[in-house]
Design a protein around this ligand. Structure first.
Ligand SMILES: Nc1nc2c(ncn2[C@@H]2O[C@H](COP(=O)(O)OP(=O)(O)O)[C@@H](O)[C@H]2O)c(=O)[nH]1
Ligand SMILES: [Mg+2]
Length: 470
């Protein structure tokens, strides 16, 4: 099996693991309103962000091999564009946009994972679109081009929450490419906020790559070094990381040629530098592998949280059973005592002196049984609801926090547990589901990681030995 097929098969396994084992529980317990796999079933995605005119669309056009996106010095394009492959397009012809769809289509078609963006309203929908392109570059991934980030308050008033949209898209994306340019080396405020407050909460460090683009526009090597230093400083202020992330130095050879014609700049310093555009291209092409990490983390995180949720709910059930068993025992003892007392009282009472022993004991048993039934009714109608309310009030007693990860997952599911207990009144059985989710968490994620480790040792062009069918 080649690497690509191996990746595809692992991806299919992960999806079915989510669909078969996690989604039914997630829907039943109110953990999610839509099947969990909705957000991950589509192709790998690469999100390209940066300030306006940092060269995002130029870079994407170069990857695709045609002028698919509009480019220009001013903030040219104020739309989010999902650029994806058109399988049905004729092969071998020149690269072009085969189909274009608007935001409302994209937000409502269940084939795409963008339903979550519906909440940003009509204004956003009118700035969201899909382009299908027949470029082979897109065979295994989709690229998301974004409107550039801006500085002034007036320009930022877009009519929808731009930063949150970027946050949601970076959560969906398998790779986020952040472009800077020498004119605004990390100084654009909107980008600063996104890198500081949005991206770190929605994705992981290793899914974000940085590039200082348009380096051919520096006037000298010293100028470039100064720009680079400024960007490093700004990045250190924006990212929560202790180290400075790697920043690739890139430029578009085509745009450079056009730029050199209109300016008399001396770009001889570029001879000393590799254009690291190829590295960015490689990283983008490697997004399907990030996809696997993404999916594995997705399965692990949701598996862990669901398992934690079920564990807490089962703890509730155990406590409730113990409570009911204790009170039933108390009721039994009370009813036996009452039954005994009534036999004794009847025995002592002269009015019943002639009654035979059997009738006497039957009377005592009837008293005991009546009291027990009354007690059980009171237990169900009064004591159990009081216990239930007390549990809801002291929800944290349903879990023992072992570490920070456990604390985080409890934070994420606490209200879900509360809602489920309120909705069901505490009457449910989830033992089988818990065992199932547990199995996915323990065995499933271990197997996934092992297969991924195996995959990471295989280069793109190498082949994996097909398993012996015997
Ligand atoms: N000199 C030079 N110009 C570039 C480079 N990349 C893009 N440009 C130019 O910068 C302008 C903005 O590029 P564009 O791709 O539209 O930026 P976007 O707003 O980030 O999508 C266009 O006029 C491009 O031709 C580059 O590497 N070098
Ligand atoms: Mg653009």
């Amino acid at each position: 099996m080649d690497r690509e097929s191996q990746i595809n098969s692992l991806q299919a396994d992960l999806l079915s693991m989510v669909a078969d084992h996690l989604t039914p529980v997630a829907l039943r317990c109110g953990y999610s309103d839509v099947p969990l796999e909705t957000n991950i079933k589509w192709r790998p995605q690469v999100l390209v962000i940066g300030n306006y005119s940092s060269g995002k669309s130029t870079l994407i056009n170069e990857f695709l091999g045609a002028a698919i996106q509009a480019t220009g010095q001013a903030p040219t394009d104020d739309s989010f564009t999902i650029i994806t492959y058109d399988d049905s397009a004729p092969k071998g012809s020149s690269v072009y946009v085969t189909e274009e769809r608007d935001g409302n289509y994209l937000l409502n078609d269940p084939e795409y994972p963008f339903e979550i963006l519906k909440k940003y309203g009509e204004k956003f929908a009118s700035h969201f679109r899909l382009k299908k392109v027949n470029s082979p570059f897109l065979k295994n991934l989709a690229i998301i081009d974004t409107p550039g980030m801006l500085d002034t308050i007036f320009e930022r008033d877009r009519g929808y929450n731009y930063q949150e949209v970027i946050g949601d898209l970076s959560q969906l994306a398998d790779l986020v490419v952040v472009l800077f340019d020498p004119h605004k080396a990390g100084t654009v405020r909107e980008l600063q906020t996104i890198l500081k407050d949005i991206i770190p909460n929605r994705t992981f460090d290793d899914r974000v790559i940085f590039a200082l683009n348009r380096i051919d526009e520096c006037s000298s090597l010293i100028d470039l070094l100064q720009v680079y230093g400024t960007l490093c400083w700004n990045l250190s202020q924006m990212t929560v990381r202790k180290d400075i992330p790697m920043i690739r130095l890139t430029y578009s050879p085509h745009a450079k040629a056009a730029y050199s014609n209109v300016s008399d700049s001396n770009t001889s310093y570029l001879r000393h530098l590799d254009n690291q555009r190829e590295e960015v291209r490689e990283a983008v092409l490697d997004a399907p592998r990030h996809r696997l990490d993404h999916l594995a983390t997705f399965v692990e995180t949701h598996g862990r949280r669901l398992s934690h949720l079920l564990e807490a709910l089962l703890t509730y059930r155990k406590k409730r059973s113990a409570f009911r068993a204790k009170y039933t025992l108390i009721g039994f003892i009370i009813s036996m005592l009452c039954g005994g007392a009534s036999v004794f009282a009847l025995n002592m009472n002269k009015t019943f002196a002639g009654i035979d022993q059997q009738t006497l004991f039957s009377g005592g048993a009837a008293v005991a049984l009546t009291i027990l039934v009354l007690w059980l009714i009171i237990l169900t109608k009064y004591f159990t609801p009081v216990f239930h309310k007390k549990c809801l009030k002291n929800l944290d007693t349903l879990t023992v926090i072992k570490n920070q990860t456990h604390r985080d997952s409890w934070e994420a599911i606490r209200n879900i547990a509360k809602n489920y207990l309120t909705k069901t009144g505490g009457r449910f059985s989830l033992k089988k589901e818990f065992a199932d989710v547990r199995r996915v968490c323990d065995k499933g994620s271990q197997e996934i990681r092992e297969t991924m480790k195996e995959l990471s040792t295989i280069r793109h062009d190498e082949h994996i030995k097909a398993p012996n069918p015997n």
